[in-house]
Write a protein that binds this ligand. Structure first.
Ligand code: C2E
Ligand code: CA
Ligand code: CA
Ligand code: CA
Length: 279
């Protein structure tokens, strides 16, 4: 048994070392990837529970690397988040958002807003708000079209700074949503200080919600609180009809998930309508 234990330790430290090199490799390649346009954006529809309302979209980063293959955002985003590269990714997302707005100009029904993910850490940088607004300006994007989805992957270090940026962005007409609510990191106490426009119920919470009565109580309570605070609620990660019916019955406002549509290419997003991917 003792011998086994030793082997395990050895195995784990080797794993940690491998992980370290993989992360370094990704970080180094990411710099070039951004310059050479290897990053692109998938757009996932967010639809109202009421028919006939404009479709919104969430912009999701994708990376097809020539040397490393397809890398999932769950892998490269946390690495980018610990460096200034995360801001370059946000800038790429902003440019691609412009492309979707342009392509969607002549739709029968105009699209709603497009959500861009930012980590809370980006907001602790004191000129993030100004910089982001400048990117919108360069692309000639009306701030009314933009929503920022705030994810907290680490505890916020400089809370006051974050609060200032938040209030500034909101004063410029940008909507802000609290992402991943009901998962580990998105905590309720932010709701006391930060006037979010939207709460996104995390996909872990929505999974099998039709069979989870405790989850239903949590979702019902969250929706009640959100509406009292004039916030809109989006349920993400909807995969089947039972889950959809349950969150609709509980009073949710918007739906997102594979049941509605997977994240789409630029062209497919521009022609998406609620009845199907093409009109
Ligand atoms: P997220 O913000 O929670 O985005 C939703 C994730 O759920 C996306 O994964 C989406 O593809 C996936 N998803 C949507 N519907 C379903 C469903 O019905 N079932 C399941 N199982 N999954 C569903 P994705 O695209 O792999 O992105 C992962 C995470 O990476 C995002 O989670 C977000 O936190 C981060 N991310 C992606 N793009 C960016 C970005 O440009 N900036 C930052 N800071 N983070 C980003
Ligand atoms: Ca998100
Ligand atoms: Ca989310
Ligand atoms: Ca997430």
């Amino acid at each position: 048994a003792k011998k086994n234990k030793g082997n395990n330790i050895c195995f784990y430290s080797e794993k940690i070392a491998q992980q370290h090199y993989r992360n370094k490799d990704i970080e180094n390649h990411l710099i070039e990837a951004i310059e050479q346009g290897e990053l692109f954006t998938a757009f996932q529809p967010i639809v109202s529970v009421q028919p006939g309302k404009p479709v919104h979209f969430e912009a999701l980063a994708r990376w097809k690397s020539k040397s490393l293959g397809n890398i999932r955002p769950d892998e490269f985003i946390p690495i980018a988040e610990s460096t200034p590269l995360i801001n370059s990714i946000t800038q790429v997302m902003t440019r691609n958002t412009k492309l979707l707005l342009e392509l969607s100009k002549h739709r029968r029904q105009p699209i709603g807003s497009i959500s861009i993910n930012v980590s809370a850490r980006q907001l602790t940088c004191k000129n993030f708000g100004q910089t982001f607004l400048q990117w919108l300006d360069e692309q000639n994007i009306d701030s009314q079209h933009i929503c920022l989805e705030l994810t907290e992957t680490q505890a916020i270090e400089n809370y006051q700074q974050c609060l200032d940026q938040f209030m500034f962005l909101r004063s410029q007409g940008i909507k802000i949503s609290l992402d991943d609510f009901g998962s580990g990191f998105a905590s309720t106490n932010h709701l006391l200080d930060l006037p979010f426009d939207i709460i996104k119920l995390d996909k872990q919470l929505i999974r099998c919600i039709d069979k989870n009565t405790r989850g239903q109580a949590l979702v019902a309570g969250t929706i009640e609180m959100a509406h009292r605070l004039n916030m809109t609620v989006i349920a993400e990660g909807m995969e089947n009809f039972e889950e959809r019916q349950t969150v609709i019955d509980l009073g949710c406002d918007y739906l997102q998930g594979f049941l509605i549509a997977k994240p789409l290419s630029l062209g497919a997003a521009a022609s998406f309508s609620q009845c199907g991917p093409s009109q």
